[in-house]
Design a protein around this ligand. Structure first.
Ligand SMILES: Cc1ncc(COP(=O)(O)O)c(C=O)c1O
Length: 399
């Protein structure tokens, strides 16, 4: 018999959600269904699944693209953690963003987007949504209740990401969702930084919470997957848009993401603890002009983070004091542990140079020197500090 998990803490829920050994020969983990075709016993059964799909219930399984019991196990687990109605799995995080936006937007509608959103999501809005007649306005991350002044009669969606990509500015989510709800505007939130263990967007009034499961949920840098957790009202449009647009996750990736999810709370605690130690160490370095990490008490977004979040991730930004391109490259080219790479959320540390000024339109980006994004992985923190220390020594030596 399935245990009622609602009375347990999130750490316990993460271990037990989305699996039912009693329905699976006692095996602890759910099976991986490799599937395109689903067979029906009769015309009546086939017609029943057509009705199920047409009504938007999506209870049964009809075709591989719409998911299998493996997908449902993953969706149920993330939904339990984030507190939504149901979730939709997509082939990657960007797919979950695109499906969630197109679910609620048509030609002639207006979309409000936070200025610090993930670059490829911005590119999707600029290159595709604009092409199909959606009007777009960017708002500053600190807008809060000031969002009201930007709303137009045709505003249909407000898109949020907090902290924002590259610059890590916090947005007051409840201040925005309160206004959006009152006006019937849908809100879509990118929760990849917080992850389902540190932030529950739907409890703060969001309609669709998107996670790039590619990052912390899977946690091992070996797959691409996205998931959109929805309110009851938002589920049908997002599910219909995702499956109608061809977004679906492969069975092995879904299984591995569910496997990764089991250790998410433990991993997040360590990412937070190590990142905070390193962020504080960086704050005291003469080469560093600014550390952008809302878990730092001195960060402008700290009060909002503390109010709404249960923890922080291992991802943050720094701005260096002015240095030459040669010095910057000397530092980043030879890191032993912080390897150069675009992703994050895995067990290992990463670094990438960032260029926030290329991706801002509502707020001008001002910085004395180049910027870096660090992902603090699960290595020992002294080893990571040593790696950064040697990087700064190379920067000076290249002067
Ligand atoms: C904040 C954020 N959201 C979404 C995505 C997109 O995820 P994916 O790479 O799985 O498409 C990324 C990827 O880097 C990201 O950083």
């Amino acid at each position: 018999m399935k245990t009622d998990l609602s009375r347990f803490g999130r750490g316990t829920q993460t271990l037990h959600a989305g699996r039912d050994p009693s329905a699976n020969f006692g095996v602890v983990n759910p099976p991986v269904y490799h599937c395109s075709t689903v067979l029906f016993e009769s015309v009546e059964e086939l017609l029943e699944t057509r009705r199920d799909r047409a009504s938007g219930a999506y209870e049964g399984f009809t075709y591989g693209r719409e998911g299998t019991a493996t997908t449902r196990a993953f969706e149920d687990a993330v939904t339990l953690l984030e507190g939504g109605y149901r979730a939709v799995t997509t082939s990657c995080g960007l797919g979950a963003i695109c499906a969630s936006l197109t679910a609620f937007l048509s030609a002639g509608d207006h979309l409000l987007i936070v200025d610090s959103l993930y670059g490829p999501a911005r590119a999707f809005c600029e290159d595709f949504l604009r092409k199909f007649g959606v009007e777009i306005t960017y708002y500053r991350p600190s807008v809060g209740a000031g969002i009201e002044a930007l709303i137009q009669p045709n505003t249909k969606v407000i898109y949020l990401e907090s902290p924002g990509s590259l610059t890590f500015e916090m947005t007051d989510v409840p201040a925005i969702t309160k206004i959006a709800r009152a006006r019937g505007i849908k809100t879509v939130f990118d929760n990849t930084w917080g992850s389902p263990v540190n932030f529950r967007p739907l409890e703060h009034g969001v309609d669709v919470s998107v996670n790039a499961a590619t990052k912390y949920i899977s946690g091992h840098s070996d797959l691409m997957l996205g998931i959109a957790v929805c309110t009851k009202e938002a589920f049908i449009p997002v599910k219909a848009t995702a499956s109608g647009s061809g977004y679906c996750g492969g069975p092995d990736d879904v299984y591995m993401a569910l496997r990764g999810l089991r250790t998410l709370p433990l991993r997040m605690k360590q990412h937070h603890q190590s990142a905070l130690t390193i962020a504080e160490w960086l704050q005291a370095r003469p080469e560093v002009a600014r550390v952008m990490y809302p878990a730092l008490p001195s960060d402008p977004g700290h009060a909002i983070w503390k109010r709404d979040y249960d923890g922080a991730s291992g991802l943050f930004g720094i701005v260096l004091n002015a240095c030459t391109d040669k010095q910057f490259a000397a530092m980043l080219d030879h890191m032993d542990l912080f390897k150069l790479g675009y992703s994050w959320g895995g067990y290992e540390s990463l670094v990438v140079p960032t260029y926030p000024s290329d991706l801002r339109s509502a707020v001008t980006w001002e910085a004395p020197g180049p910027s870096i994004r660090l992902h603090v992985g699960l290595e020992e923190v002294d080893d990571l500090i040593g790696d950064l220390e040697r990087g700064f020594a190379r920067l000076h030596a290249a002067a």
